[in-house]
Design a protein around this ligand. Structure first.
Ligand SMILES: Nc1ncnc2c1ncn2[C@@H]1O[C@H](COP(=O)(O)OP(=O)(O)OP(=O)(O)O)[C@@H](O)[C@H]1O
Length: 259
């Protein structure tokens, strides 16, 4: 049976009277790769902010974990991260002057603080995990490169790898392929498919070609609300979805957006 790992119930976010999210529901099961799409301003990023604790909802609940889960709605951001929800923002937060390997070492020991982490010794099993993670995100051959010298796509993978080392149960990614080359986009999709074997992932995305290639289940938001949920085929066939995306046109195939 599918096990629910995250449940957002009737979430409303109010920014000084403006309801960026209104009564939004979202349920994620373990091992799911969920794409959250919708036009600009739909409330997608705000939903990620609510789940990771950056923004507190005015109403509703966020439950995390198995068997009904625990209510994380009022927990602080760092507590939610410690519980196992990792958030990656659009701009990578990596240490540009350190090597790829050193960045991974820091991620491995993040709880001790950055400077303590740099001094602390790695255990043998930590080294093995880092090696496996480098392999998974395709950076094994560049482990001694300075992170600042990596391509845009590689920096994103580095940060995803750093997050994975902290073993989150859920990863929240905001437009991970924005600015990537086609080849990097493809590789990122493959990486997400690999990640979902052990973790659950929510991806906010504008790149419809990418969504079509890698999404099995899509949630569409519009004006802070759930507009439609289903397979990409279902979503593309939906007249309301076509309407909010492109006026009256049926195809949700918006050209690649960098928004
Ligand atoms: N801190 C804030 N204060 C006031 N309004 C905000 C704040 N953050 C977001 N909003 C507004 O809430 C609405 C939803 O924003 P959000 O960023 O969640 O949308 P989105 O679907 O992620 O859009 P995009 O695809 O353009 O990133 C927008 O109208 C935005 O201007």
């Amino acid at each position: 049976m599918e096990s629910v790992i995250l449940q957002c119930d009737d979430v409303t976010v109010d920014f000084d009277g403006f309801k960026a999210v209104q009564g939004m529901n979202l349920t994620l099961v373990k091992g799911e790769l969920r794409f959250l799409i919708g036009p600009n301003g739909a409330g997608k990023t705000t939903m990620l902010d609510v789940i990771c604790g950056k923004t507190k909802p005015a109403a509703g609940k966020v439950l995390f974990g198995k068997s009904g889960g625990i209510d994380i709605t009022r927990r602080k951001e760092h507590q939610i991260a410690e519980l196992g929800i990792g958030r990656k923002f659009q701009t990578p937060s990596i240490f540009a002057s350190l090597t790829v390997h050193e960045n991974f070492e820091i991620a491995m020991k993040q709880n001790r603080g950055v400077f303590a982490a740099m001094r602390a010794k790695l255990r043998k099993e930590d080294g093995e995990r880092i090696a496996a993670q480098l392999e998974m995100v395709g950076l094994a051959e560049k482990s001694q490169w300075r992170a600042g010298g990596l391509s845009h796509g590689e920096k994103q993978w580095l940060e995803i790898g750093m997050m994975l080392l902290q073993e989150p149960e859920i990863l929240l990614l905001d437009e991970p392929v924005a600015g990537m080359t086609d080849n990097e986009t493809e590789k990122t999709g493959e990486l997400l498919e690999e990640i979902r074997k052990t973790q659950s992932v929510i991806v906010v995305e504008h790149d419809m070609e990418f969504v079509r290639n890698f999404a099995s289940f899509v949630t569409v938001m519009h004006e802070g609300k759930l507009l439609k949920e289903g397979s990409m085929e279902d979503v593309q066939r939906d007249d309301r979805v076509a309407e909010v995306y492109l006026g009256k046109r049926r195809d949700v195939d918006a050209s690649r957006s960098t928004a």
